[in-house]
Design a binder for this molecule. Structure first.
Ligand code: FMN
Length: 241
């Protein structure tokens, strides 16, 4: 056999081995990622687009106010996506075009919007994005028992099918309001909480404001960044009569 043919065969062989090594037809990066990395990626990518909220309800504001009461015993039934969508939108969703300076259902000092909303169901912990009206999965699984422990063992937190955790970014507000920022963020949490309570009543749901919890434990459970702190927790569900 001519030496040039032998060289050609060797070159073809090396090229084929090279293709094999580089995993033609498969995502080499994916193959090399550990299961933990892959889980991280799935979590990062899981974004749930929520249905559009209703802008008209069945009962008047006056009736809603006359019915509001703290509810601490809930039926097991999970809330629907539409119910969760409605509650989060009412809490602090967009009610005007994003380009408008003031654009949320809850007022905000200087329109700074230093608040974030997290939701917790038996399926996982999610962060609400009011702009895209969607939920981003932070962690899959039922952490309601852990949240209840962080709330000094309060049973309503464990049994509620949904808890909305209101988070404040005190640094963001301090940029403009300096030592008034603590007060402003806490007041804003109250506005958001009341929106949730009234929306819950209008949907024949019950809710309770929870202020008794360990900041550190809730912060760790939600994997909050340094600048975000939990302010208020609102368990919501169908009242157990
Ligand atoms: C700032 C604040 C913190 C609260 N924290 C809790 C709490 O941790 N657990 C709870 O069961 N209720 C909590 N509540 C609810 C009050 O106990 C309740 O509003 C009060 O008893 C009046 O009852 P009502 O809401 O049914 O009118 C809190 C209320 C407020 C305003």
């Amino acid at each position: 056999m001519k030496s040039s043919v032998i060289v050609l065969i060797i070159v073809i062989g090396l090229v084929i081995m090279g293709f094999y090594d580089y995993g033609i037809g498969e995502d080499k990066g994916e193959a090399k990622r550990s299961p933990d990395d892959r889980r991280g990626k799935e979590t990062e990518m899981k974004e749930i687009k929520l249905p559009a909220p209703a802008k008209k309800g069945k009962i008047s504001l006056e009736e809603t106010l006359s019915l509001r009461r703290s509810v601490r015993a809930f039926k097991d039934d999970a809330l629907t996506e539409a119910q969760i969508s409605q509650l989060l939108w009412a809490a602090d969703g967009l009610n005007a075009a994003l380009e408008t300076r003031a654009n949320r259902t809850a007022p905000s000092a200087g329109a700074i919007y230093p608040m974030e909303l997290y939701s917790m169901t038996k399926d996982g912990i999610y962060k609400y994005n009011p702009v895209s009206h969607s939920l981003k999965l932070i962690e899959a699984g039922d952490n309601r028992g852990e949240l209840a422990k962080a709330c000094l063992g309060q049973g309503c937190v464990k049994s509620a099918p949904l808890s909305i955790i209101i988070i404040g970014d005190y640094q963001k507000c301090a940029g403009k309001y300096k030592d008034r920022s603590k007060r402003y963020v806490d007041i804003e949490a109250g506005h958001i909480a009341q929106n949730i309570h009234l929306q819950a009543v209008a949907m024949e749901l019950g809710s309770v404001p929870v202020g008794a919890f360990s900041d550190e434990q809730v912060k760790a459970l939600l994997k909050l960044p340094d600048n975000e702190d939990p302010v208020y927790i609102i368990p919501v569900g169908r009242p157990k009569q």
